[in-house]
Design a protein around this ligand. Structure first.
Ligand SMILES: Nc1nc2c(c(=O)[nH]1)N[C@H]1C(S)=C(S)[C@@H](COP(=O)(O)O)O[C@H]1N2
Ligand SMILES: [Mo]
Length: 505
């Protein structure tokens, strides 16, 4: 039962800090409610008032307690029988999570953590007891008069271990509750924020080529890719947020959230992508960002001659070195407070992150940013550059086929194909495709809107029966044609042509 409780505590902790709606136990309770006939639920509510859910959770906890005790008994004889009990309980939890509204893959994490905790804690607690029991049985067979003195140390160890584990479980659960409440509060503040100067436009006319299966031109916030090293993204109240600009400047500047709100807002469509995006990969998204121009802030601080970098630090300790030129030239580099017209989601850097068109995220797009040190590249080192990634991080031109998908099969004949292409802050002028290694053919482009955002492309091909391969390449506004030379994502971004194999019948 102690091992079982420990697993419930760790799974609760993980659920709370990830601000997953509720713990797995509550998910099961919700599933039970959903599966119970309406009349029964109504009667229960009439009898129990609003305590129906609490009551159900308590019943579930009691049942779990009995199952844990049973698993403990089984552990006397067998190492695998208790595991099947735990696996069955975890399985029920997974079913309950999967049945929730709009579940995400990460929602299963609390259950996995709980399951591992059960297995580890049960074996830690029972291994010594079991071998002790076997030894005692052997001793008794040899000398039936031995009163079993030899069992005492193992029992004492067990009781001590179980006591410590119980205390630790309560601690973990309480910590989870405190952290979870903090996050929920920030989530609530975020939801209630009114952001003057932040607009929420629809995607501009003509950006879509109107082909189903091509990534939407504007990426919704909840499907925008996420990359961060923080295990638990920081939850920062806007009133507690500050950015300190210091280092090689005339005047140190400290900005609060209210200061940012009082300033003029700049808004732009910008495509952000990750240096770790392989050719054809999905670590890219396009959004309408609102914020304050970094160039203005740095001008007010008065940057010294000789500075060429800004070392940005996040509240979670992550750092990146950003080329000063990209933060001070005329592009829309900004301290962003909103994404697609909404306050930044916590996972995307709430309350404030940096965004620099034309640079990969790892050198520029610092989330939960709290410190800017104006400096020189030779004097600083940052999280990813310490690990062998390139210092400057300009985005490399690339293009992707979204339709057809890999291994697609469709009828031979006329087929519309399409995808996206990008070269942020240079812009795309053409996209071409080649079928089965044939000549490059031009495609039609959607409205490019700005040089900082991606562009959709599409064309219609006549496709004969059989296996095929389609390749794509882009040309940027300087006339440069995307290279077919394949390069790995490390150290400064992948190159090569995306190709898709498919079959027509
Ligand atoms: N604090 C912090 N900011 C960060 C990162 C991080 O790990 N921690 N990752 C960077 C990387 S590598 C990328 S690609 C972008 C991703 O931004 P997104 O998660 O909003 O899509 O954030 C950047 N900002
Ligand atoms: Mo990245």
């Amino acid at each position: 039962m102690v091992a079982g409780t420990a697993g419930l505590a760790t799974s609760y902790f993980v659920a709370m800090v990830m601000t997953i709606r509720e713990s797995p136990v509550v998910a099961v309770a919700e599933l039970v409610i959903r599966l119970t006939p309406g009349a029964v639920v109504e009667r229960a509510i009439r009898v129990l008032g609003h305590h129906d859910k609490t009551f159900l959770v308590i019943v579930l906890l009691v049942i779990l307690g009995l199952l844990f005790a049973w698993a403990g008994r089984l552990a006397r004889r067998s190492w695998w029988k208790p595991l099947t009990v735990f696996a069955a309980i975890a399985g029920l939890g997974l079913v309950a999570i999967a049945a929730q509204y709009d579940p995400r893959l990460t929602d299963v994490l609390p259950i996995l953590v709980g399951f591992v905790t059960w297995v580890v804690c049960l074996s830690v607690l029972t291994d010594a007891l079991r071998s002790e029991e076997r030894r005692a049985a052997r001793a008794e067979a040899a000398d039936p008069d031995d009163p079993g003195e030899s069992r005492r140390p193992a029992r004492r160890g067990f009781l001590l271990g179980a006591g410590l584990m119980a205390v630790a479980s309560v601690g973990v659960a309480a910590l989870g509750r405190v952290l979870g409440q903090g996050r929920r509060h920030v989530e609530e503040t975020r939801r209630l924020l009114r952001l003057p100067g932040v607009s929420e436009p629809d995607a501009p006319a003509g950006v879509s080529v109107g082909l189903e299966g091509v990534s939407p031109w504007r990426t919704p916030n909840d499907s925008f890719y996420l990359i961060h090293t923080a295990l638990i993204p920081p939850a920062i109240e806007p009133k507690d947020w500050q950015l300190r600009i210091h280092g090689m400047v005339d005047r140190e500047v400290v900005l609060t959230y209210a200061d940012l709100m009082a300033r003029e807002t700049t808004e732009a469509w910008v495509t952000l992508n990750c240096v770790s995006n392989p050719v054809g990969g999905l670590l890219i998204g396009n959004a309408w960002w609102s914020g304050v121009r970094t160039a203005d802030l740095l001008r007010e601080a008065g940057v010294h001659d000789g500075a060429d970098a800004v070392l940005q630090t996040s509240d979670d300790g992550w750092t990146c070195g950003t080329p000063l030129a990209a933060l001070t030239d005329d592009r829309d580099a900004m301290l962003a407070i909103a994404m697609n017209g909404q306050a930044l989601p916590i996972d995307h850097g709430f309350p404030v992150r940096t965004l620099v068109p034309g640079l990969y995220g790892y050198v520029s797009a610092c989330k939960w940013v709290v410190d800017w040190e104006v400096s020189r590249f030779e004097d600083i080192s940052a999280y990813w550059t310490q690990r062998g990634w390139g210092e400057l991080g300009p985005v490399k031109m690339s293009s992707r086929i979204d339709v057809p998908r890999r291994e697609d099969e469709f009828d031979a004949g006329e087929k519309r194909v399409g995808g996206v292409a990008w070269a942020q802050h240079t812009g795309i002028s053409a996209v071409e495709v080649s079928l089965d290694g044939g000549a490059w053919q031009t495609t039609e482009l959607g409205n490019a809107e700005t040089i900082d955002s991606w562009v959709q492309w599409s064309t219609t091909l006549t496709i004969e029966e059989g296996d095929h391969v389609l390749r794509v390449r882009a040309t940027d506004n300087t006339g440069l044609v995307q290279t077919g030379a394949e390069a790995d994502v490390l150290p400064d971004g992948a190159t090569g042509w995306h190709e898709v194999h498919f079959n027509a019948v």
